[in-house]
Design a protein around this ligand. Structure first.
Ligand code: BES
Ligand code: MN
Ligand code: ZN
Length: 539
């Protein structure tokens, strides 16, 4: 397979698919020929899943039994040694022996992965599947293995096509996650990690005939998703002196050369003429000019209402005059992860050729203290005409989003989803597990929840009732930009709600999920999987 040489579209892993003519594991006669064909593939490692129940199956045609015959007793030997227990996500690596060659086995290794004891009724849960897939990619990664073969049928002989699609899509997503290397994709940031390129670079999905089409589609979807996630991660991880509003705008525009995306920027004059006083007030403290980016994926009819994604793009959040404490302030380079997820999702949507209209809108600037910066107490007028008393310049995300949320009214959207690293309070409420989800629209709530569960990029519903609006009262303007410490993520959402009455709307607070701190510091690419799955489910 050809490898990319350009930096911008460099995938660390290549996916492909292959179909076996017959591979019905319930049928006694077929398991063996299917396995033989599988093992005859020249691959560094074949991945086979088995459950606890398979361990003691003595019926001819059962997976481990037939495998043992083909491998000249390797399975039995592993079992005797105690390496084979079937436990969930357990890994047992068999290496080629002389007996393999005699049987025509070309695979250099067979990795037996434990399914545990899935309930016969419910089958393997997606969580459990993800756990073993993650463990598997850890095993495959960082050693001598360059290519691996994922034998799809072994993961559930009776799984329905829908489950297979979700599993395969998730497998590609997790493989992409394991193999992402910032230093490889961004050689200009040259540092030692560049030397640690992961040798594991090829994953082949082998399916049987009846699911082959679905698997192929799912792999393609997973691939497009990984591209979007990788781009979102890069943008998040790049330092704030590189990833400026201008850089974000250029990156979005650059996608026009490789995809059919249409990208447009507003000039500062246009922003002023539109009356984006709230957004511009945040930008005014910085030497770097603000950008307003509009990305379009025109996959549907021109008359079809678009889904609009709005991403917070603060490329560095110092807090402004309400300066943040110094500890871990570097992590505020990630305050543009909402914007990054919008760029990534639009890229995925385009690569997928989604037959619907999707528009990404990104207000982006820095939040800096300076002689020109807004002061606590300043009152600004938003594009909606509502005035805002800025009591804390560190609550800037809502100030840039509110004007973008007014701007998108012109698209007559069928739904608007904003994505923002909006509040520290959301991190306290939900940690790094779920993104906070705020909406009054039952369809959006249900669809986003489903998309989150399908991609394991989950959301948790938070309140948005009118009672919390009280906290935003100002004596001098239509509203204050902060509502005090209690329910901080809710009052931030309530602030945004005042600008979104004209369309169905949901707000995702990704402050706890967009990146990891500490030793594993890095962007997670979330919520690109959630958003891409949401869009896929819409078409
Ligand atoms: N970007 C921050 C939110 C944030 C903080 C995300 C820490 C992740 C980790 C946002 O602009 C902010 O500063 N919010 C303030 C709001 C407050 C002043 C009402 C916050 O959460 O402290
Ligand atoms: Mn802030
Ligand atoms: Zn911020």
């Amino acid at each position: 397979m050809e490898k990319n040489t350009t930096n911008d579209f460099l995938m660390q892993i290549q996916f492909s698919t292959k179909t076996l003519a017959q591979a019905d594991f319930d049928s006694v006669k077929k398991a063996k020929p299917a396995l033989a064909r599988l093992l005859a593939l020249a691959t560094d490692c074949v991945i086979l899943a088995y459950g606890k129940a398979d361990l003691n199956k003595k019926t001819p045609g059962s997976l481990l039994l037939e495998l043992d015959v083909l491998l000249g007793g390797s399975v039995t030997r592993a079992k005797v040694a105690g390496d084979l227990n079937g436990k969930e996500a357990s890994q047992c690596l068999l290496r080629a022996e002389a007996s393999w060659l005699k049987a025509g086995v070309k695979a250099k290794r067979v990795l037996l992965v434990g399914l545990g004891d899935p309930s016969p009724k419910a089958g393997l849960s997606l969580q459990s599947y993800a756990k073993l897939a993650k463990a598997t990619f850890k095993t495959l990664s960082g050693g001598a293995i360059e290519s691996a073969t994922w034998f799809v049928p072994s993961f559930g002989a009776n799984a329905d096509a829908d489950t297979v699609v979700k599993q395969v899509r998730l497998t590609a997503q997790l493989a992409g996650e394991q193999t992402y290397r910032f230093g490889v994709r961004q050689p200009a940031m040259k540092f030692k990690a560049v030397e640690h390129v992961d040798p594991f670079q090829e994953l082949l999905f082998v399916a049987c005939k009846d699911t082959a089409k679905a698997v192929q589609v799912a792999v393609h979807q997973g691939e497009a998703l990984v591209e979007g996630m990788n781009l979102a991660k890069d943008l998040g991880n790049l330092p704030p002196n590189v990833c400026t509003p201008t850089y974000l705008a250029k990156t979005a525009q650059g996608l026009m050369k490789k995809t059919k995306l249409k990208v447009e920027l507003l000039t500062k004059k246009q922003m002023e003429a539109l009356g984006m006083g709230s957004f511009l007030s945040v930008a005014q403290g910085s030497e770097t000019p603000p950008q307003f980016i509009i990305m379009r994926h025109n996959g549907g009819k021109a008359s079809e209402a678009p889904t609009v994604l709005v991403g917070k793009g603060i490329t560095f959040d110092t807090g402004g005059i309400s300066l943040k404490p110094g500890e871990a302030m570097d992590e505020m380079k990630y305050d543009m992860c909402g914007a990054a997820s919008v760029v990534g999702t639009l890229l995925s949507a385009s690569l997928l050729g989604l037959k619907q209209n999707v528009i990404g809108v990104i207000p982006t600037c820095e939040n800096m203290p300076s002689g020109k910066a807004t002061r606590p107490g300043d009152i600004v007028k938003s594009m909606s005409g509502q005035t805002i008393e800025i009591l804390n310049t560190d609550a800037e995300g809502r100030l840039i989003l509110c004007d973008a949320l007014t701007y998108v009214e012109r698209f007559k959207p069928k739904a608007v989803i904003d994505i923002a690293t909006l509040t520290g309070a959301c991190v306290i409420a939900l940690g790094a597990v779920h993104s906070g989800m705020f909406s009054d629209d039952n369809h959006l709530l249900a669809d986003l929840t489903q998309a989150g569960n399908d991609s394991l990029d989950t959301v948790w519903r938070m309140p948005l009732d009118a009672a919390y609006q009280e906290q935003l009262k100002s004596n001098f303007a239509d509203m204050a930009n902060i509502g005090g410490r209690p329910a901080g993520s809710v009052t931030a959402a309530c602030f945004l709600k005042r600008f979104t009455e004209k369309y169905p709307w949901a707000h995702l607070d990704i402050a706890g999920t967009a990146w990891k701190g500490g030793a594993a510091k890095g962007s997670t690419g979330r919520p690109v999987p959630l958003l891409v799955n949401y869009l896929l489910a819409q078409s």
